[in-house]
Design a protein around this ligand. Structure first.
Ligand code: TTP
Ligand code: MG
Ligand code: MG
Length: 502
C-alpha cells in the first residue's frame, strides 16, 4: 500500500437535490425531495434540510410525504444531472489520467499518477482547490476524502459531508475503522451484513478478531479472504480509469461439445457462481450480465441484460444468465460458455437501493397491468412533471410547481434570478411549452461584459433556452453571446475564473 494519502474520493453533496436548489432560487435552504412521484415512487435523494425530517434515499415516496409534508417534491431531471456530472468529471480529469467514476456524482482519482500530489500537504492542497473549482464551475458543493487506499478515501469523504474535506493520515486507518459497522467495508452488502450479524460480528474490529479462517468458513474462500484484508485496512485496489474495460467474466471451453440442454443450463449456473465469486473478491458489483456461447460451428454470440442497479447476488446473476440462455439455440452443441458482469461499480449502499428500486419497479409493472387506473397519474406527471422546465411566451423560463385538474402552476425563476412569482395556466395553454434546463452557473464569455441579470419577470438575453444537450460544444463556448447550456468543463487550471455562485 502506498505511504501517502494520495487517493482522492469525491462525492457531491445531496447531488440531485442540490442541483435542483441551485436551479430554483425559491428552494434554496428548503426541504427538497427528488424522486418518482407516482403511486409507487421512491426517493432518489433529499436535500439536507429534508433529511432532518428523516427522509432518505430509497424510501417510498408516500413515507417521505408523511415525514416532510411541506417539502418540495420534484421529478428528476437526469439530463441536468448528467451535464453537471460531466463538468465535475472534467475537473477530475484535469488532475490525473486515473479517474474512476463510480456514479454520476462520485469518483476516485489517483493523484500520484501525474504527479498532482505526492504527500500529505500537496494532496490536501489539491483537494481543497478541487472543491473550490467544483463550486465555481457547477455552483454545487462536493466532499473530498483523501487516504492511502480507495476504501479509506471513500470512508473519509463520507465523514467529510457535507461540504468538507477529511484526510486519513497513513497509520491511523485501523484505529478509525475498528469501531465502524461492518457495512462500512466494500464487499459487505445487506445480505453479508445480516449473515455476519447472526454470527455475532457487527464491527470491523470484531471482523478482524474473528480471524481469516472463521471468515472463510462463514463467507467462502474469496470473499472471506478479501474481507479479512479489508478489516485490517489492507486495500491495494488500484484506481482504474474508465477506459479500461471494467468487467469480470469467466468461461469454459469443453473438450466435447455439450448437446444436453439441461447440462448447458447447469454449466451456465456454475459459471454465474464463479463469476460472482470473482466480483466479490474484487469488491465490485455490476449491472450488465453477459452470456457468451460458442456453438459447434464456432459461431459465437453474446447476449446481455442490464439490471436496474449493480448486483453481486449469485441468484440474480444466475437468473439473468438463465434468461439469456433461453433465447439461444444450442441444438447442434456448444463448445464454449461464458458468463460476465460489466458496468462495474464499487460496492456501496446504493446496491441495496438499486435492488430495492428494481423490486419495486417489477411490482409496479405488474400492478399497472392489473389496474389501468394507476396509469393516469404517471401519464400526467410526464406531461408537466413537477420540477421540470417550461417556457412561457410572455413570462419566460420557469418550472412546474404542480399540476392537476387541468391546471399547471409555474414558478418563473432562473438559476441567477431572485425567487420568482407563481402563475397558474390551463394545461393546454398554447403559450406554455416544455423547455430544457438552464445552466446552474452562468457562463460569461471572457471577452463579454456580464449580461445584466434579469431578476424574475421575463428573462433577458441569458435565457439560453432550448439547446438540446451539450454534445457539439467543445471547450470554449465563446462563439456567441448566447452561452451554451452546458459547456464542456473549462480546464481545471484556471479555477475560480467562473462567475460567482449563488
Ligand atoms: P449519493 O451520493 O448516494 O447521495 P447524495 O449525493 O444525494 O447525498 P450525499 O450528500 O449523502 O452524497 O447519490 C447520488 C445521487 O444518486 C443522488 O443525489 C440521487 C441518486 N440516487 C438515487 O437515485 N437512488 C439512490 O438510492 C441513491 C442512494 C442515490
Ligand atoms: Mg453524493
Ligand atoms: Mg454518490
Amino acid at each position: 500500500m502506498r505511504k501517502a494519502p494520495t487517493i482522492l474520493h469525491l462525492d457531491m453533496d445531496a447531488f440531485y437535490a442540490s442541483a435542483e436548489q441551485a436551479s430554483k432560487p425559491s428552494l434554496r435552504g428548503k426541504a427538497v425531495v427528488v424522486g418518482g412521484l407516482g403511486p409507487r415512487g421512491v426517493v432518489a435523494t433529499a436535500s439536507y434540510e429534508a433529511r432532518v425530517f428523516g427522509v432518505r434515499s430509497a424510501m417510498p415516496m408516500a413515507q417521505a410525504r408523511r415525514l416532510a409534508p411541506n417539502a418540495a417534491y420534484l421529478v428528476p431531471r437526469f439530463a441536468l444531472y448528467k451535464s453537471v456530472s460531466e463538468q465535475v468529471m472534467g475537473l477530475l480529469h484535469a488532475l490525473s489520467p486515473l479517474v474512476e467514476p463510480l456514479s454520476l456524482d462520485e469518483a476516485f482519482v489517483d493523484l500520484e499518477a501525474a504527479g498532482a500530489a505526492w504527500d500529505r500537504d500537496s494532496a490536501r492542497r489539491v483537494g481543497e482547490r478541487l472543491r473550490t473549482e467544483i463550486r465555481a464551475v457547477t455552483g454545487l458543493t462536493g466532499s473530498v476524502g483523501l487516504a492511502a487506499s480507495k476504501m479509506l478515501a471513500k470512508i473519509a469523504s463520507e465523514e467529510a459531508k457535507p461540504d468538507g474535506l477529511v484526510m486519513v493520515e497513513p497509520g491511523t486507518e485501523r484505529a478509525l475503522l475498528g469501531p465502524m459497522p461492518v457495512r462500512t467495508l466494500p464487499g459487505v452488502g445487506p445480505a453479508t451484513g445480516d449473515h455476519l450479524r447472526r454470527a455475532g460480528i457487527t464491527t470491523v474490529d470484531e471482523l478482524a478478531e474473528a480471524g481469516e479462517d472463521e471468515l472463510v468458513r462463514l463467507l467462502g474462500k474469496a470473499h472471506g479472504h478479501g474481507l479479512y484484508a479489508m478489516a485490517l485496512a489492507l486495500d491495494d485496489r488500484p484506481v482504474v480509469a474508465e477506459r479500461e474495460a471494467k468487467s469480470v467474466s469467466v468461461e469454459d471451453t469443453y473438450d466435447v461439445d455439450i448437446h444436453d440442454r439441461v447440462r448447458v443450463g447447469t454449466e451456465v449456473r456454475r459459471l454465474a457462481d464463479r463469476c460472482v465469486g470473482r466480483l466479490r473478491a474484487a469488491g465490485v458489483s455490476g449491472r450488465t450480465i453477459v452470456l457468451k456461447v460458442r456453438r459447434y460451428d464456432f459461431s459465437t454470440l453474446t447476449r446481455s441484460e442490464t439490471l436496474r442497479g449493480p448486483t453481486d447476488d449469485p441468484g440474480v446473476v444466475r437468473e439473468a444468465a438463465a434468461r439469456l440462455l433461453e433465447a439461444v439455440d444450442t441444438t447442434g452443441g456448444v463448445r464454449l460458455l461464458g458468463v460476465g458482469v460489466t458496468g462495474l461499480a464499487d460496492y456501496t449502499q446504493e446496491d441495496l437501493f438499486a435492488q430495492a428500486a428494481g423490486e419495486r419497479a417489477e411490482l409496479e409493472a405488474e400492478e399497472v397491468a392489473e389496474t389501468p387506473l394507476a396509469r393516469e397519474e404517471p401519464a400526467q406527471e410526464r406531461r408537466w412533471p413537477s420540477g421540470h422546465d417550461v417556457r412561457h411566451a410572455v413570462f419566460g423560463h420557469g418550472w412546474v410547481q404542480g399540476s392537476g385538474l387541468g391546471r399547471v402552476t409555474v414558478r418563473f425563476e432562473t438559476p441567477d434570478s431572485e425567487p420568482g412569482r407563481v402563475r397558474t395556466f390551463r394545461t393546454d395553454d398554447p403559450e406554455l411549452e416544455p423547455a430544457e434546463p438552464l445552466p446552474l452557473v452562468r457562463v460569461v464569455p471572457s471577452s463579454d461584459p456580464p449580461a445584466p441579470s434579469g431578476p424574475s419577470g421575463p428573462p433577458g438575453p441569458l435565457t439560453a433556452s432550448a439547446h438540446r444537450g451539450r454534445g457539439a460544444v467543445d471547450g470554449e463556448a465563446q462563439v456567441s453571446s448566447e452561452p451554451a447550456i452546458f459547456p464542456k468543463s473549462r480546464s481545471g487550471k484556471e479555477g475560480g475564473a467562473a462567475p460567482s455562485s449563488p
